[in-house]
Design a binder for this molecule. Structure first.
Ligand SMILES: O=C(O)[C@H](O)[C@@H](O)[C@H](O)[C@H](O)COP(=O)(O)O
Length: 232
């Protein structure tokens, strides 16, 4: 049985999103006040959209906040599948419009070819990352660490910042931050919504086999604080 991370449940999505946004904004501003700049890693998918919109209105010195993605589908940044598009549309707005965003997608035709440039683009990001927000799929993936992918071992073991992944159960090849990169952070939030994901989360706590449920690589470690925010 994995030692459970901090688990906070909320009566509704709005309560979760407002409280998580307040906490993230406070931590980012504290990082700026302390170290002059902050780094913020966000996930794509549908769950974080409203969180991004609330965060975009928070009083943070966003021009000193460096933002990138936990993973990116290797599609044009204008594509509906692009996580960069999601972040530009919902987070890099309002007060956060001047945040220093660096996407992972570049002009190379594949994530394998684009990996080195993506790593170079993140060279000046404050490390360890100050805040990381992860989502989770119903197969227990997070970032683009898909259990079905042939690259899952590399994603969970490489010392490189990024890894190219081609999942069998989701569209698009992807570039993902690695486990090493994600765990080199001061605070991780796992943001999950709905009964099905609560069941998946509880299943993930049952043992430590991260290859079959990669979220376990985050939940099963005790180096980096992980707070799980869940609402029905
Ligand atoms: O690129 C992605 O798809 C995300 O980074 C991915 O890891 C996401 O967090 C989960 O798939 C959950 O997605 P939902 O929030 O849409 O359920």
């Amino acid at each position: 049985m994995i030692k459970e991370s901090v688990f906070k449940s909320f009566d509704d999505k709005a309560s979760l999103e407002n409280q998580l946004a307040d906490r993230i904004a406070k931590q980012l501003q504290e990082a700026v006040d302390t170290r002059g700049k902050a780094s913020f890693i966000v996930s794509g998918g549908s769950t974080p959209v409203k969180l991004f919109q609330i965060l975009s209105k928070k009083n943070v010195e966003w021009s000193d906040v460096y933002i990138t993605l936990a993973d990116e589908r290797w599609v044009d940044a204008e594509s509906d599948d692009s996580n960069e598009r999601l972040v530009r549309t919902h987070l890099l707005q309002n007060k956060a419009v001047n945040a220093k965003f660096r996407g992972l997608k570049n002009m190379f035709s594949s994530p394998e070819e684009g990996c080195s440039m993506a790593i170079e683009q993140l060279a000046n990001f404050p490390r360890p990352f100050d805040v990381v927000v992860l989502g989770m799929g119903n197969d227990g993936h997070t970032c683009s660490w898909f259990p079905c992918s042939k690259e899952i071992d590399e994603a969970l073991s490489t010392d490189k910042l990024c890894v190219a992944v081609t999942p069998g159960t989701a569209p698009n090849s992807r570039l993902s931050l690695s486990k090493t990169a994600i765990l080199a952070s001061r605070q991780i939030y796992l943001h999950i919504v709905g009964e099905q994901k609560l069941t998946v989360y509880r299943q993930a706590l049952e043992n430590e086999d991260a290859n079959s449920m990669p979220i376990r690589a985050v939940l099963g470690q005790h180096k980096t604080p992980v707070d799980v925010y869940w609402s029905a």
